[in-house]
Design a protein around this ligand. Sequence first.
Ligand code: MN
Ligand code: MN
Length: 280
Amino acid sequence: MNKFNLPAAVALLLATACSTTNDPVPTQPLTEHLTLGNPSGATADVSQPTNYLLSKPQYALSYHRDRGIPTWVSWHLDASWRGSAARQDDFRADNTLPAGWYQVGGSSYSGSGFDRGHQCPSADRTNTVPDNSATFLMTNMVPQAPRNNQQTWANLENYTRTFLSSGNEIYIICGAYGQGGTGSNSFQTTLDQGRVTVPARLWKVVVVLPTGDNDATRVSSSTRIIAIDTPNDNTINTDWGQYRVSVDAIEAATGLDLLSAVPVAVQQVLETRVDEGPTQ
Ligand code: MN
Ligand code: MN
């Protein structure tokens, strides 16, 4: 017995309930990243292998088994996701995929002339070692031309994080579409014996909100939204600002419905706009 004279099983139940109540994790750990919507209505249904939802504590994505890459990845970024955890660099297969599906490996892109391009970046998940490590799962990667990944894309990633220090939180959705890109070697349509598609284009949408609650309802016609659509080509310009487009243009190119949890009247205004703000 224990100090409350409760049977051990009852005490364990109480302790479990109390630790759940006191757990400091966010109240919606598995849906936080889909607050602004699920762009393709993805579900964790193995009979839908081209639109398979992987909902992780660190990000959510729609995986396309036959392309070997995600169609989109969505994540929330606020100051709580940032800390001092080191970059883990542990690129590896995602063994949470359904049984029997090919698992793209950490060396599947080797020698291809394409980088393992993070969708949710390592530097957006530095709060803990496990959260940083999760960004190195290959389900979070696409084959990305090195100049795009290391310069154009990285510049926007770095700029996005600057909003955190001025009292903002951010929702980011990105993905890839089409087939065929030019890395540091040559034009290629697939890697890894055809099991990984090289996308033609990479797009990203960044939504900047002052820190607060009920985020989807706070998106307004004055919310800054940065949308880009870039070529997967090593001749890309390093200035991401040149690739700005409307959200509507990305929706038209991909067939996705972005920001679907935002009130329709607000989407209609915001999604036609092309950002003209500063780029650094
Ligand atoms: Mn990158
Ligand atoms: Mn939309």
